[in-house]
Design a protein around this ligand. Structure first.
Ligand SMILES: *Cc1c(COP(=O)(O)O)cnc(C)c1O
Length: 351
């Protein structure tokens, strides 16, 4: 079964060999306070900068999930108020989780086919602006320039960006935001259970001034530990090792971006020619490069999903309220050209 689910999704082909190496090399029982672990952690961070493009000046942290990153930001970065701009279910979930800890959080909702206008944030008095760069639930994305404009318009605010389903799949303008995070089961081609967070020097200064230390993953404590290439808790060392190994052989981000975009364009063309299915997002500029959301008659889509499964393709269900009228196709780097062609061949019998 080839998983085109937009997370967890198809994993890197070399994982079985890397897992065997991890066992052989003693990684599975590695002590997380040992010099060996510190070297592994340091090397992984270096590779994230080199291969993914995380800025050299942004400290990098490891957590267990993107959801945990939402909570860490609410705890350690937002003192009183954050504002959440979103057009879909993941942005809304981030808002909901934050609201439980910071009841004054505010939501600014825009339409799926509406252009995100920076003026939506006019008059923002909150400390942190929370943006979902790639909305996995409906297949939309925000351009780098939008995020840069938001930061420029609100120089006193920190800008936090959920890039869970785009980081490592497309080029992102990391210096335009202050906090970026993603879990690895999307564009990194790895199993779930690890997330990466990068934080600007300005945000680090704010975090240390706030000095929140009530939680094991308070950012002040995470920062103290990361200064020694460690984490406050025993981390998933295997997941870190797999991240390191897959990053080592990764193509440069510019090549990955180009390929992701070309594949997106091929999918766009494919559905443009279809009579029974179309892309959910009507405005081309709003379409995500990494998550393709396809709309159609619910009865027809149910047949397609079922038939696909029989033929060995796992399609992503529609998310939340879009469950029946859409399905989603991951356009993540670990998928192979041949696999995408096979799925297109299969779908071309149902268009
Ligand atoms: C998948 C996803 C999440 C949740 O990731 P977890 O690792 O399950 O916490 C959050 N935000 C976006 C945009 C996602 O695509």
């Amino acid at each position: 079964m080839i998983s085109f689910y937009p997370g967890p999704s198809r994993v890197d082909d070399r994982l079985p060999a890397f897992v065997r190496d991890a066992h052989r090399l003693g990684i599975l029982s590695m002590n997380h306070r040992s010099p060996e672990f510190m070297a592994l952690c340091k090397k992984t961070v270096g590779l994230l900068r080199k291969k993914i493009g995380l800025p050299a000046t942004y400290p990098v942290f490891f957590t267990s999930s993107a959801t945990e990153c939402w909570e860490i930001i609410a705890q350690s970065v937002v003192e009183v108020r954050s504002v959440h701009v979103f057009n879909g279910a993941f942005g809304e979930k981030w808002f909901d989780y934050t609201r439980r800890l910071r009841p004054e959080a505010r939501a600014v909702v825009f339409g799926r086919d509406e252009e995100f206008s920076p003026s939506l944030l006019a008059g923002t008095a909150e400390e942190v602006i929370c943006i979902t760069q790639n909305e996995t639930s409906n297949g939309t994305q925000l351009a780098n320039t939008v995020i840069r404009t938001v930061k420029k318009n609100h120089p006193g605010c920190l800008v936090a960006v959920d890039a869970t389903s785009s980081m490592a799949g497309i080029r992102l303008d990391y210096t335009a935001g202050d906090i970026w995070f993603a879990s690895v089961q999307k564009c990194f081609g790895l199993p779930a259970g690890l997330a990466v967070m990068a934080v600007s020097p300005v945000a680090m200064k704010r975090i240390s001034a706030i000095g929140e230390k009530k939680h094991y993953n308070s950012m002040v404590l995470m920062d103290e530990m990361m200064a020694k290439w460690q984490t406050p808790y025993t981390p998933n060392v295997l997941a870190l090792y797999l991240l390191l190994r897959t990053l080592e052989n990764r193509s440069p981000m510019s090549a990955v971006h180009k390929k992701t975009k070309q594949r997106f364009e091929a999918w766009q063309k494919f559905f443009h020619a279809s009579a029974k299915m179309e892309l959910l997002v009507r405005r081309p500029a709003a379409r995500s490069y990494t998550v393709i959301a396809v709309k159609g008659d619910p009865g027809h889509l149910a047949d397609v999903k079922l038939e696909a499964r029989k033929k060995g393709f796992l399609l992503g269900e529609g998310y939340g309220s879009l469950r029946d009228e859409t399905f989603r196709i991951a356009n993540f780097p670990a998928l192979k050209d041949t696999e995408i062609r096979s799925l297109m061949r299969f779908l071309s019998r149902h268009v």
